[in-house]
Design a protein around this ligand. Sequence first.
Ligand code: 13P
Length: 248
Amino acid sequence: MRRKLAAGNWKMNGTVEDLIELGQIAGLAAEDGPTVLICPPATLISRAADAARGTMLAIGGQDCHTAGSGAHTGDISALMLRDAGATHVILGHSERRADHGESDTLVSEKAVAAAAAGVAPIICVGETLAEREAGETLAVVGTQLAGSVPRSLTDLVIAYEPVWAIGTGKVPTMAQIAEVHGFIRAELGKMSAAFSAEATPILYGGSVKPGNAAEIFAVADVDGALVGGASLKAADFGPIVAALEAAA
Ligand code: 13P
């Protein structure tokens, strides 16, 4: 049985007043339900972890450096995330790949650093619209997986996020999601690796909303979601968590 995971990526959104919303999201996390994770901006991680204490809500980061400490102005290490109360970290999100030129190799090195610090990496992959239209989706995702996923990891999560579905309201067909998730599972299985492909949760991300969550979670090899906009409010995230819990 794979762990189900409802993960929220708050991106560059959220100030102290949004901890009220986080408190309500904490109420969605139950011992016998899916893992519920919120990745707030770095400025809120420590306070979010305080707010989540005594609940089942997990808190994560959105990026980390490859080093544990040192002369890297503006960066945050996985050790610091762990110290602030994070259990997970999103790595290689397409916005970081685009905004900061992150390569597969860098993402892989970050994942090694995260795991060494006891923080579970959520490694993101996904094609652009031009790549999908050129019929390159599986080749692109395969290359990203091969380069971004260290074989030494024992515990990781993969998030498939088509770049063109992020923040656009556009979602691939369920057949397209099934094709890529099945491909990812098969590719992970081919890696001679410390982790088990069968035990690795594969999340779908990109315009997941209360209205489409149940349909997406019914797709084979979809073990949860990485949610942006709809994770900011408990009223939106709640039905998504409930749909994941209800999924077979
Ligand atoms: P949206 O859910 O806002 O489309 O964002 C998805 C995402 O990028 C999560 O990491």
